[in-house]
Design a protein around this ligand. Structure first.
Ligand code: NAD
Length: 457
């Protein structure tokens, strides 16, 4: 059995060595998930709901422990990590109401009664990236379990600890063995096996666009269902009629949260030309106040990057790039051990620049002027991605027009919020296929069955 050393990204110390699951154990887990499927989906809806509520309560009881584990494993700030553990609790509580509300339809037809059912798919796999190990896991497993599926979860190689603990907490809450199994392992081994195993009926994947494309190609062999939540390069559009102080004050954390390792990070700031300088002055002042450092400190706003490799990737866009990158200003970051990288603001000269087009997944933002509403929309949409974005304006009509015109799944006006567990989340274009969260996520984990009952016999 191969092992993986989990490293604390703020100290570079080894936290723990974990055994990685191989194909054989994955197949065994699939077989167990198939075996317990009928029992889980056959539970009375109220009982399944009750078990999910208990799971939610157990997560809540262990909230601080889970949060501290994420600080240690992923370098998330303690404030973020508490929110993330709380999000798992809330998503479980939200979907615990679903088993009793998994409504079908009664459709008027001649000669009988026609009804639809939302049937579980069977065994559902969830593949999670390293950037938000807890929430992204919960967005998959909570609705999947609520809909009556059994679930196999593969955390990212770098960040398995909270997922493994959640697997234990599920058992503690009374979720039967085999219904929810966490399999720490490699993407090329466990993840691939999810895609090729005929008894796994769905792959719910969050990660890079390239890996997502590969999964979709291979899933086609079995017409396997996929949900793909992929990369992003979201625009933050600041109009001249906005509250410029508020827009500039909010801009730093819109791309520095989680050290920029956030698929929704607003990494392309578009500022109307006539307020560009006024915005930059305020933005630079706001950047000076951002506290980068020990993620365990309550006052810290940004911690380290997750790994040495990720820091090299980020450097490759700024310091070691083939293109000339004009750095406008930078924040500070600790020196010494830990995968630190300072908040960095760059001024691309063209929308074709790599820093402007590619997802960097680090604390780097580009700022560019635009002329008018049409130019802002064109520039915002000049990307392969379409996950999220923000619009700062006091003009309600403009807010609505631009929100409708930007090709992205999650937009916010005068705010940078992207994710609420009760509203749908997902991407346009290369940012993915399907939606998670909100009332409709259950559709992604069920098949509609139509039954006609004749009244003539
Ligand atoms: P990644 O694609 O390298 O890995 C994601 C997961 O897929 C990991 O668990 C990995 O082990 C697994 N994997 C790798 N190769 C696989 C294969 N061949 N078959 C099956 N599984 C495989 O991504 P990452 O670097 O861990 O995460 C960062 C990416 O995730 C970024 O691009 C980011 O934008 C994206 N992301 C998207 C969202 C969203 O909701 N749209 C949310 C968070 C992160």
């Amino acid at each position: 059995m191969s092992t993986h050393d989990v490293i604390n990204p703020a100290t570079e110390e080894t936290v723990r060595s974990i055994d990685l699951v191989g194909v054989e154990e994955t197949d065994e887990a699939v077989a167990r998930a198939v075996e317990v499927g009928p029992q889980w989906r056959g539970l009375a809806p109220a009982d399944r709901g009750r078990l999910l509520r208990r799971f939610s309560a157990v997560v809540d009881d262990h909230l601080e422990e889970l949060a501290l584990l994420e600080v240690e494993n992923a370098g998330h700030t303690i404030g973020n990590a508490r929110w993330e553990a709380g999000n798992v609790r809330d998503v479980l509580a939200y979907y615990s109401a679903a088993p009793e509300r998994l409504f079908g339809k009664q459709i008027p037809v001649a000669g009988g009664l026609d009804v639809t059912f939302k049937e579980p798919l069977g065994v559902v796999s969830v593949i999670v990236p390293w950037n938000f190990p807890m929430p992204i896991a919960g967005w998959g497993f909570a609705p999947a379990l609520a809909a009556g599926n059994t679930v196999l979860l593969k955390p990212a190689e770098l960040t398995p600890l909270t997922a493994m603990r959640l697997g234990e907490l599920a058992l503690e809450a009374g979720i039967p063995e085999g219904v929810f199994t966490v399999l720490p392992g490699k993407g090329s081994v466990v993840g691939e096996r999810f895609v090729t195993h005929p008894d796994v009926r769905k792959v719910c994947f969050t990660g890079s666009t390239a890996v997502g494309q590969g999964i979709m190609r291979k899933a086609a062999d079995q017409l396997k269902r996929v949900t793909l939540e992929l990369g992003g390069k979201s625009a933050n559009i600041v109009f001249d009629d906005s509250d410029l102080d508020a827009a500039a004050a909010a801009a730093p954390m819109s791309f520095l949260d989680n050290a920029g390792q956030d698929c929704c990070a607003r990494t392309r700031i578009l500022v109307q030309r006539n307020v560009f300088d006024a915005f930059m002055e305020r933005f630079e002042a706001a950047m000076r106040d951002v506290r980068v450092g020990d993620p365990g400190d309550e006052a810290t706003q940004m911690g380290p990057l997750v790994s040495a490799g990720q820091r090299e990737t980020v450097r490759g866009f700024v310091e070691n790039s083939d293109e000339t990158v004009d750095v406008a200003f930078r924040g500070s970051a600790p020196e010494g051990d830990g995968y630190w990288y300072p908040p960095t603001v760059v001024l691309p000269t063209s929308t074709k620049d790599r820093v402007w087009q590619d997802e960097i997944f680090g604390p780097v933002v580009g700022v560019m002027p635009f002329d008018d509403e049409a130019d802002a929309i064109a520039k915002a949409n000049d990307t392969a991605y379409g996950l999220s974005g923000s619009i700062w304006t006091r003009d309600v009509g403009r807010a609505i027009r631009v929100s409708r015109a930007v090709e992205a799944g999650n937009l916010s006006v005068n705010s940078h919020s992207s994710v609420r567990y009760s509203t749908p989340f997902g991407g346009f274009k290369a940012s993915g296929i399907g939606r998670e969260l909100g009332p409709d996520a259950l559709d992604a984990f069920t098949e509609v069955k139509n039954v006609f009952i004749s009244t003539d016999n």
